[in-house]
Design a protein around this ligand. Sequence first.
Ligand code: SF4
Length: 755
Amino acid sequence: MPANRVAYRTCPLCEATCGLEIHLDDDEITLIRGDKEDVFSRGFLCPKGTALKGLEADPDRLRKPQVRRGDTWHSVSWDDAFAEVERGLQAVIDTYGRDAIGVYMGNPSAHNLAGMVYNRVLNRGIGTANVFSASTVDQMPKHVSAGLMFGTAISIPLADVDRTDYLLILGANPFVSNGSLLTAPDMPGRLRALRARGGRFVVVDPRRTKTAEEADEHLAIRPGTDAHFLFGIVNTLINEGLVSLGLAEGLVEGFDEVVRLAAHFPPETVQNICGIEADTIRRVARDLAGVERAAVYGRIGTCTQEFGTISSWLVDVVNTLSGNLDREGGAMFARPAIGGPTAEDTGTGRGFRIGRRESRVRGLPEALGELPVATMVDEMETPGDGQIRALVCIAGNPVLSTPDSGRLDRALAELDFMVALDIYRNETTRHANVILPAPRVLAKSHYDLALYNLAIRTVANYSPPIVELGPDELSEWETMCRLTAVVTGQGSSQAAGEVVDDFVLSTLVQSAVKREGGIVEGRDADELTEALSMNGRRGPERVLDFMLRTGPYGDGFDAPGHEGGLSLAVLEENPHGVDLGPMEPRLPGVLRTPSGKIELAPTELIADTEDRLLPSLERPLGGLVLVGRRDLRSNNSWMHNVEVLVKGKPRCTLHVHPDDASRLGLVDGLLARVRSAAGELEAPVEVTDAIRPGVVSLPHGWGHVAEDIVMATASRYAGVNSNALTDGSVVDALSGNAILNGIPVDVEALVPLDA
Ligand code: SF4
């Protein structure tokens, strides 16, 4: 590669998929800026994008496999590391069986091409029931509600931000998060453009976030009551004759059930619960039904709460009843270039099920093949068949990001064996016996397999590696394939990993050539495999090429009528990406429910509403509650070791409204003790009127206090771990999602005013 060069790649750090223009001198980054020609982000980027430079140069980032012997860590060769993993995992499998291995997948897996291709293969290879991920401290409720309504976990209606006239945003702060379950780089620019063309957006959030500050209206809701608020809107739409199904007409099942339940939630009843006046609820409902094009978008605050799945469901009930489902400028469905379960217009399917099995200790339901991470610690601590004795932890730090973190920290220390795939020795991976590091970001290829399922435009953008692997580095896909080979008894050699990789591709190709009506139906599988493997190509690129070529815009391996279609070669020729246009109406073809209808009132949601939400109408209003918050320069727990992202005014503070501060004797800058049913911590107080009275807020992902982590910068800006307060014993009933917002707490001044 030339010494001084400019390369383009998609930022892998969050869901926005911004294009980066990266200037290099040899292999060192000299400058990162937004790629103005990127077809989706048009030059936008946030501070985290430029901080990639710091991440690449971070001296604490692990470069070689690490093995722990007692309390000492050693850098070892890849062969030695895999041999250690083989010994450790095999001993557990031989003694206790496969369910004794737990798997935890962290959030970065979803932003990682190798992870998206090979994680599932590894999990299947391990063959354990004990699979967990960050999804159950995040977005699982939306997968469940969308799955039950429309047929698959990724059948998520996306607010068509670029064409809407009115956007109702609940529990999301896209000026800071840049969009989540809604891939749309430069959300600030898109929301400002919405206003500039005469539209409006309204933010419902207990905090006056940056997004709320820029909104036409901010409704400071009481945490955990989005379901009540949304049912108030549904009630108004029905009672005022505002229901109009639009493109969903004739496709909706269960309307009468929704009418029956909504009758319990007149705005006058819910106003006291959610803290938003009845007249305001009615006005919002009328606006949603009255404007030409409107959409409701709910995110983390609506998911990580007591009624997460009900709230996520009601977002799309409102989208449907207000006539905005599948309408341009409303809430629409993507058609990703790589194909997938919703890409074709079949209009019916097997539907989506939850609770196909339950967790061993607490009987919590499976969703998407996973168990709720809130119960992972129970499965480690509780003796018996199926007790977790070893952990495979992939790019995750559950000690900071999941409930009951202190308990989990102790349980990890008791495991027989743990292997982590991670770039840091952090609060979780310090318990591992072996850490297998990923190479530097620039040495990896990238394509957002997951996030383009949620993109408001159909975009395909591939980033090749722009530096070569270092002498001690191994591609992530090789690491994952060799691990899969280990757990399937094929050894740990490079050759064994390649057998796994070949098997992955062969399974995909064989299935595609047999699929009736598919673009390569009846073709010769060997011929396709040979075409994909040209020039020795293998690994995730080969799989990606296959997905693109058999996807809805693919060339079908030169199939007649598909000439000029997508392939990896086409994307390689387009370093700024390929834009295939905005979302298009997809009903009824996008549906995958057995009925071929939109299930407006899934049985599970009706039952959960009756069992939990209706009784909550009679519940006395509680006291002080805790919510989380996100920061533009933070990315959960794992970017706190980059100085440029953490320096400056401390951000891990307890936000408290002035009225509460005065009542509780809390002083800005001094410490407060916060107690919940799960634990307690001490945090500096930040008094601000940007939070609703009765609510306090802490950001998550902090608390880098363990002595044996190797994250020097993060340790200097340690902060406190908000998950010390999260109670893992309560979860959202249907999705098993942890409840991170609306946690009852007591707060007291650690140094009383009169001391
Ligand atoms: S918004 Fe997300 S994708 Fe864009 S530069 Fe920032 S971290 Fe990267």
